[in-house]
Design a protein around this ligand. Sequence first.
Ligand SMILES: [Mn+2]
Length: 416
Amino acid sequence: MKFAHFADLHLGYEQYNQSWRAEDFASAFKRSAEVAIAQGIDFAIISGDLFHRSVPNPKTLNDAIEVLKLFKGRDIPVFAVEGNHDKSIREMSAYHLLEGLGLLNVLGLRRERIEGDFVTSERVENLYIVKGVFKDIEIIGDRHRTKWQLDKILPYLKGGEDAILVLHQTVKEVVDVDLNIAWDLTIEQLPPARYYAMGHVHLPRHRKVGDAFLAYPGSIERYDAREASHFIRYRENLEVKEGEKKGFYLVEDFTPMFVNIETRELYNISIEDEKREEVERKFLSALKFVNDSGIIVAKLYCGETLDQKKFYDLALKKAKYAEISFRRIGIEEISQAKPEREFFSDFELKLLEILKEDDELSIKSAVELIKEHYAIAPVSKADKVEKAVVEEKTTKDEKKFEGKKEKKFKTLLDFV
Ligand SMILES: [Mn+2]
């Protein structure tokens, strides 16, 4: 049994407001699909963020359809969950449109039962979990959720012996190693599976969880300067370091092997010197490493003011696109921002986390969390005032969401 594990394809992402960047993302996905098919895969998994936005434009939808047709043409089923970029609270998302065309099998919690050649549904409370099935392998997953929703949903995402779990979330033990990003869940919270097909972390990472593998293929193209193909730094000495590879995982008998897919080069350049002439000299030596189809993202640090335009023109002589930023050094830095943790309680942090997702579902979750919190917390005088405000807002919000029904939520599953 062999499958391809893709994630974070971000189709339609016009990085730096350049439409050709969206074409780069689409072409990287297409080349990956071709390589995977040539390897004789049985099925493919897309662990979220197939699209950069939840409402992709017609060109982007067409790009997705073109690639998904390659799988369809060979009877290779594709299983997918929505990511934070492309999830939708509307009844029908772009994923469901592709599902209707027979190009995708969307996994996760649904209001209605879905049955098909490669999917089946299991009833949980008032909902269904749509699962993928390939021979005796179960492919279970759900779209991107807030940390708070995950706590409630994860116990339902249990599979059999040979289950694959598909999620678009950050796992603490992976992101804590060398990536400075917030985590959604810990390894301990994961239901048992033979392979954890993850998305959301944009650099390729994999690790063992017991006998199973947990893997993030990373984004298919270079999503920002932290994912550069080259890091060129010139302070005292010129240092050139290669960035991480882009690609996907080819998984054979639940063991992942990274398949590298070439992308456009992205150069992350950092130059520092007191003197303007020296910054220019150093910048010119850094440019020697740049190829003409590449992208330059450069930061210049200098004790004197610089003519940014001049540097921009120099960069464009060598590359397809450039972004130059300049920072004057020697001026005392404004005090560093304090971490959120110093200002907010755990409850408030949780609430902020939920509200980062700017959609109606998150607002509903936030309202639920507030209700849950104030129902058990001892009430101080200050809290009472706050509570009254919250309650007033809650009632209003509930009315807004529930319309005439005035239904109370019993569990999270009631409003997924
Ligand atoms: Mn992503």
